[in-house]
Write a protein of this length. Structure first.
Length: 256
């Protein structure tokens, strides 16, 4: 590649849990790990939480009814109301180097819907070590990106982005702004990657970074370097042998 790829954050729980219910096709367990706190405000991109039953059994209307309730509990109730046959396991805790391997061990595919770089690198490194496929995505303002890692089939997140960006190099979600519809677009694409992997059909975004510019309404599929031998985590001679807890920077004091 002869041009730099941008670091993008994500939109938290909304990007993944909004679409994890598609795995109901397999009566799947769904793994949700937000950096959770009780809801204290309305967030237009987290459409799987703070919802209440509408006039039709399968219709959901976004409201502020669940303000004060934990995000994972609100999301669990919403998903179970849509399909009571799906099993939803919730983890109201921060993931870190001590617990992430135990949390992801029972899952076939991980969707990264986090909104900070320490979590993204931790998820990548843990999935590489555990040989777990996962979907990465990030959004900010009107732009988004995603890629899929499958062990032995292409580069991981750290192959593309070596380390977290320096402090203040990338604006926070509050500074830059996040469009709720962007979470829907990119999160739906992540869900489709999970469906294709589970069904064993189609071409995954392994070896590619898919970018989306909503202002231009353009998708771009960028081929990533195929040589992963020098990657510090998935390469032939890994230098990262233990999980790293990078310093977490608050999003301007706002819990997402």
């Amino acid at each position: 590649m002869n041009f730099p790829l941008p670091y993008l954050l994500d939109d938290g729980i909304g990007a993944s849990t909004n679409n994890l219910n598609v795995l109901q096709l397999h009566q799947a367990n769904t793994f949700m790990q937000p950096f959770d706190s009780p809801l204290h405000r309305f967030n237009q991109r987290e459409v799987m939480i703070r919802q209440t039953r509408g006039s039709h059994q399968s219709r959901k209307t976004t409201t502020t009814a669940d303000v004060g309730k934990a995000k994972v509990q609100s999301a669990k109730e919403t998903m179970e109301a849509i399909n009571p046959d799906v099993t939803v396991n919730t983890y109201r805790t921060f993931i870190d180097s001590e617990n992430i391997l135990d949390i992801i061990k029972d899952y076939d595919f991980v969707i990264d819907g986090t909104d900070n770089f320490p979590a993204k690198f931790l998820i990548n490194d843990a999935c590489v070590m555990a040989k777990k496929p996962f979907s990465h995505a990030g959004i900010i303002r009107f732009k988004g990106q995603l890629m899929t890692y499958v062990p032995g089939q292409g580069p991981c997140y750290r192959c593309v982005f070596k380390n977290p960006p320096p402090k203040d190099a990338v604006p926070t979600c509050k500074q830059a702004g996040v469009i709720g519809a962007m979470g829907g677009v990119i999160g739906s694409l992540q869900a489709m990657e999970a469906i294709k992997y589970i069904l064993g059909v189609g071409d995954l975004l392994t070896g590619y970074l898919l970018t989306y510019d909503a202002l231009k309404m353009e998708f771009r599929k960028i081929k990533l370097p195929s040589d992963t031998s020098k990657c510090p985590i998935c390469g032939e001679h890994p230098t990262i042998t233990k999980l790293i807890d990078y310093e977490q920077v608050e999003c301007d004091g706002v819990h997402l």
